[in-house]
Every structure is written in C-alpha cells, then in structure tokens.
Design a protein around this ligand. Sequence first.
Ligand SMILES: Nc1ncnc2c1ncn2[C@@H]1O[C@H](COP(=O)(O)OP(=O)(O)OP(=O)(O)O)[C@@H](O)[C@H]1O
Ligand SMILES: [Mg+2]
Length: 226
Amino acid sequence: MSLHLTDVTLTYPDGDSRLTALDHVDLHVAAGTITAVTGPSGAGKSSLLAVAATLITPDSGTVVVDGVSTSGLAKAELTDLRRSRIGIVFQQPNLIASLTTLEQLQLMNHISGRSPAAALDRARELLDAVGLRDVADRRPHQLSGGQRQRANIARALMNRPAVLLVDEPTSALDSERGAAVIELITTLTHRDATATVLVTHDRTHLAGVDQELVVRDGRPAQSSAR
Ligand SMILES: Nc1ncnc2c1ncn2[C@@H]1O[C@H](COP(=O)(O)OP(=O)(O)OP(=O)(O)O)[C@@H](O)[C@H]1O
Ligand SMILES: [Mg+2]
C-alpha cells in the first residue's frame, strides 16, 4: 500500500491561456504513514489531492496507486481503482440525507460490488472505531458536525483503501473536535496501514504526521520528514 506521484504538472484552462496549478510536484507516501500537505489558499493542495484520487488526469507526470500505474487506464478502470483502493474524505461531509450512519457505510460496499455478508461486520467495527456506535441508526441531520465528519472518515475506510486522501477535515469543527478527528486519522492510518495524505491549514495538526509537503503557487516549496 503506497502512493507515488512523480513530476506531476497540472494546468487548468484560464481564458486564452492556462493556469499552472501543479508544477513538477513529487509526492511519495508509504504504507502506515501520513503526509501533510500545507500551503496558502490557492497553492494547489486540493488539486494535488484530486490528481492523487485519479479524479483529474495531470498534463504530465505519473500516479501510482497501491502499485497500479494509472497512466493509460480507461475511465471505467479508474473508477474501479477508486472504489477498491482509494478512500476520499472531502472538506464538507457529503453524506446522503436519507441514509442512516450505518447505511452510509454499507452503501460503499454495495457500490464496490462486494458481498454484503461481511459488510455489516466491517461497518459496525468502523463505527466503533470512530465512536459512532450509538448513533449508527441516525440520519445526518441528527448528527453533530464532528459526528458527521467522523462518519465521513469511516465511510472512506469501508472498502479497506490502500490510500486515504483527506482534505481539511476539521474546518467545520472546533479545535477540540478537530484534534480528535486528526487523532482518529492517525490511529486508523497505523492500524490499517493506509498511505494517508492530509491537507490542512492548521499547524497544530502536524504533530503526528510523518512528512510535510509545503506547496506554494503549485510548486513544492519544501518537503521534510518530521
Ligand atoms: N476547476 C478549476 N478550473 C480552473 N482553475 C482552477 C480549478 N480548480 C482550481 N483552480 C485554480 O487552481 C489553483 C489551485 O487551486 P486549489 O483548489 O488546488 O488550491 P488549494 O491549495 O486547495 O486552496 P484552498 O486552501 O483555498 O482550498 C487556484 O488558483 C484555483 O483558482
Ligand atoms: Mg483546497
């Protein structure tokens, strides 16, 4: 389980020209470790995550997810790869309003086409791990912001992803709940040996990370082990 982005350049259309969102960026994340991606607003952090998630194909450079090179894969193959090997936690919890917490997790299993037999056990185990056992039967509007974010993280882990990509998971939370969410991500990264990328603005979140990549104007400004 690992994630390798090598020499990735990404541009977006910008009027008559192109805006360079990522400029020759490398990102290598080993199993069971967390890399924090930091940098000012507009630096390219979410773009980097979108490339790692195979949601956007870069102009150049390579993306290797859990040993699978994504270059040349067809759309359907990329979708399969995402479903089976990548867990994505977006900045805003995007839970489905009509489903209970437990059902949000079971749906992920259903989408991946795996047997439902083991899914209930896995979903219950994850809800335990994120401290949501008691609210498993509630719908999103009956959860607090922190509980929704934890449900979001549990859901991303449902299919045992090799790679976990998390974009600013604490922006809607107070600092105490934010710290708990970061601690949870750290614990799950070690337990499940995921290669985790955590985009964050908050330097207090860097205590438990293994590596920090600072991006500025799409360029790696600094990369350091911690
Ligand atoms: N779909 C898009 N089309 C055109 N330009 C885009 C698109 N998405 C992002 N950009 C531009 O690319 C640059 C990087 O954006 P990105 O969202 O990756 O930044 P970020 O570091 O995540 O910022 P923030 O901290 O505010 O979330 C910005 O200049 C942004 O305006
Ligand atoms: Mg962003």
